[in-house]
Design a protein around this ligand. Sequence first.
Ligand SMILES: [Cu+2]
Length: 84
Amino acid sequence: MQKLPTRISGSTLSYMVKTSIKVAGMTCQHCVNSVTEEVSGLSGVISVNIDLASGNVEIESESDLATADLESAVQEAGYEVVSE
Ligand SMILES: [Cu+2]
């Protein structure tokens, strides 16, 4: 898991955290939608971008996300977070 605090100038948001995780088991757009939906439901999440081929999930949020929350959201969708 990687967290990159980023300052966005000219935006209403002055601070944003980017978190990258890797998720195993996604095979199609339906899987991508399920994970996107669950992770988007976490408090503070602004956007979720998933690369199906690599399993990479990039999350932008207003505040730090707890690893346990991310893992349980992914599990809720039926998949597993893997360490890279
Ligand atoms: Cu699928």
